[in-house]
Ligand binder design. Structure first.
Ligand SMILES: *[C@@H]1O[C@H](CO)[C@@H](O)[C@H](O)[C@H]1NC(C)=O
Ligand SMILES: *[C@@H]1O[C@H](CO)[C@@H](O)[C@H](O)[C@H]1NC(C)=O
Ligand SMILES: *[C@@H]1O[C@H](CO)[C@@H](O)[C@H](O)[C@H]1NC(C)=O
Ligand SMILES: *[C@@H]1O[C@H](CO)[C@@H](O)[C@H](O)[C@H]1NC(C)=O
Ligand SMILES: *[C@@H]1O[C@H](CO)[C@@H](O)[C@H](O)[C@H]1NC(C)=O
Ligand SMILES: *[C@@H]1O[C@H](CO)[C@@H](O)[C@H](O)[C@H]1NC(C)=O
Ligand SMILES: *[C@@H]1O[C@H](CO)[C@@H](O)[C@H](O)[C@H]1NC(C)=O
Ligand SMILES: *[C@@H]1O[C@H](CO)[C@@H](O)[C@H](O)[C@H]1NC(C)=O
Ligand SMILES: *[C@@H]1O[C@H](CO)[C@@H](O)[C@H](O)[C@H]1NC(C)=O
Length: 492
């Protein structure tokens, strides 16, 4: 992981202060398409529909006000979209002083509460509370009887983005964690498969996890100046990253050296966190850090039976004989559905099957294999797998046989320079699946012969015409030479 920090001195934006933004209150809700900007106009709060979506889902969000192409940094009702903006409002509840989002949903035409700050009435003293969006992107609910008292804040409930001043960690008093959770797909902010969270066992280490269960990247513990696996963070000239533990909390936070810098860290659909900086001169987000750096290090990025292959774009593909289980999801960068066999297996009971195997060469072996003892050859290993209907794959190398029962995850295509030991995995396919595969391969073979023949014909034709042209030219020169002196122009 490399931290490429160039001199970003010229890469900052200046904001003109906006006229005093009115706070949200019980008497003044935020309605429909209305938005609320922060005092200096850096951030904006309102309802949005994810870019590219066309089914009319609306979410409460915070985004940069002055950056084209709406970059959303926080989402309230992640999993409970509104079905329209017309009668939607973000308001302070007159009953208990909570900040709540009310509007129509796909289940109910009449407005319902889809999101709330959820404070118990004892801790949210009343209907005089107000809400505002701050210039660091924090949406805050303030105590009506003492406005320096923050009752609730979006920084305590991050989505997939960490902006400077915000934090990730644990509130030790409430036991709440501040975790980054990827979106489900490019058009759906509902919680996805990947999270970035502080060690629940109490150390300062941060873990990236798949499905809240499998850790695929670790920051290392805080050394006092940086996280153990990220020493390059000390060369960061944009912000000061610190981990702090008090009796009330433990958290990591980034403080900008220059408040005009615009930067954000996002846990993306690829399971990587990426730190971006906004470059006004080129009007785009420049990537300057990512973890893990290698996309295929993200656990099970490509779902069951999906193969992570750095040389394909996107990095997920299905093995031969398999196709994306949920085709539509792949188009919105959600590969978690993985792949399934194009033709189902046929295995009525153990020991009676026509299923066979297709080889997936040079892959990193998935975890959870079962070793099969007393097997001498590849053929015996294959037969051991074939005999059991629940066996999905096997591998045989250096005299050792291992099989997989159930779905395979985390298949990775390796190359000679991967530096990881490579093995061949044999995936179970039905006889029909194998036949279809054979047919497409031989069709592919015929096709490439056809292409080769046509290419040769083309090259030959090109060669012939070049020779012809050359001879015509020579003939012309000769004739011209012969006709020297005459005014006759034979060729024009
Ligand atoms: C912050 O950056 C801006 C834009 O580059 C620059 O004009 C300003 O002087 C910087 N402020 C400080 C305190 O360095
Ligand atoms: C919101 O904006 C859209 C597009 O500008 C418009 O069609 C719609 O009528 C507006 N809705 C409300 C409630 O203002
Ligand atoms: C608020 O509390 C309700 C009931 O406990 C829960 O279903 C809902 O998810 C909570 N909402 C938020 C935004 O935490
Ligand atoms: C809200 O403010 C009004 C006017 O200052 C006051 O009369 C009322 O008691 C306050 N309500 C609450 C719940 O604090
Ligand atoms: C308001 O709250 C702040 C912080 O909680 C506290 O320091 C201050 O004394 C309070 N002011 C009043 C008037 O209660
Ligand atoms: C936390 O500690 C328990 C018990 O020592 C251990 O089983 C578990 O793996 C630890 N969890 C993590 C995430 O390190
Ligand atoms: C993710 O975890 C949940 C709960 O532990 C489990 O029910 C679900 O099957 C898991 N998802 C996948 C794809 O394994
Ligand atoms: C970073 O922040 C810490 C804690 O606030 C502070 O002690 C340290 O001096 C800061 N480092 C730099 C380079 O400003
Ligand atoms: C088939 O094999 C599996 C595992 O090898 C075993 O659990 C299962 O009981 C067997 N079923 C039959 C019908 O023998």
């Amino acid at each position: 992981m490399s931290l490429i920090i160039a001199t970003f001195a010229a890469l900052t934006l200046c904001f003109a202060p906006a006229p005093g933004a009115a706070a949200i209150s019980a008497r003044r809700p935020l309605q429909g398409n209305d938005t609320l900007a922060s005092a200096q106009g850096k951030f904006e709060l309102g309802l949005f529909s994810p870019a590219g979506s066309s089914d009319g889902r609306f979410y409460l969000g915070v985004w940069y006000k002055n950056i084209p192409g709406q970059t959303v940094v926080w989402v309230g009702n992640r999993a409970t979209p509104l079905s329209g903006v017309a009668s939607a409002e973000l308001r302070v509840s007159v009953d208990d002083g909570n900040l709540e989002l009310v509007g129509p949903t796909f289940a109910s035409g009449s407005p319902v509460i889809v999101w709330s700050s959820n404070l118990s009435s004892s801790s949210s003293p009343g209907s005089n509370n107000t809400a505002e969006i701050r210039d660091n992107g924090n949406l805050v609910l303030l105590d009506g009887s003492n406005s320096s008292n923050v009752l609730w804040q979006s920084f305590d409930h991050p989505t997939d983005t960490l902006v400077p001043d915000a934090w990730l960690g644990e509130n030790k008093l409430t036991g709440e964690y501040q975790v980054l959770t990827s979106w489900r797909n490019a058009q759906d902010p509902a919680p996805g498969m990947f999270t970035d969270t502080v060690d629940p066992n109490g150390t300062s280490e941060f873990f990236y996890m798949w499905n809240l269960s499998r850790t695929y990247w670790r920051s290392g513990v805080w050394t006092g100046r940086f996280f153990a696996t990220m020493p390059e963070a000390t060369r960061n000239v944009l912000f000061n990253q610190t981990y702090v533990e008090t009796p009330a909390y433990r958290r990591v936070s980034n403080a900008l050296y220059n408040s005009t810098t615009i930067t954000r860290m996002v846990l993306e659909l690829t399971g990587q966190t990426k730190q971006y900086i906004w470059v006004p001169a080129t009007q785009n987000w420049q990537l300057f850090w990512a973890a893990p750096t290698v996309q295929c290090d993200v656990y099970a990025l490509c779902g069951t039976f999906g193969v992570c292959d750095l040389s394909s774009q996107p990095s997920c593909r299905c093995p031969p004989g398999f196709a994306p289980a949920l085709e539509g999801d792949w188009t919105v960068s959600d590969w978690s559905g993985g792949c399934r066999r194009s033709a189902p297996l046929w295995c009525p009971y153990n020991g009676s099957t026509t299923d066979g195997f297709v080889v997936l060469p040079n892959v990193k072996l998935p975890d959870d294999s079962l070793a099969v003892g007393a097997v001498q050859s590849k053929a015996e290993c294959e037969s051991a797998c074939q005999k059991s209907c629940s066996c999905e794959a096997y591998t045989f190398s250096t005299g050792r046989c291992a099989v997989w029962h159930g779905e395979l995850r985390n298949l990775q295509q390796l190359y000679a320079d991967s530096g990881v030991s490579r093995s061949d995995v044999y995936l179970r396919l039905s006889a029909i699946g194998l036949r279809d595969l054979h047919n497409t391969v031989s069709k592919g073979g015929k096709l490439s012969w056809l292409v080769l023949v046509m290419t040769l014909v083309g090259v030959a034709a090109l060669g012939a015409s070049v020779i012809l042209a050359w001879r015509i030219l020579l003939a012309r020169r000769r004739r011209m030479a012969n006709q020297k002196g005459s005014s006759l122009t034979v060729y024009s």
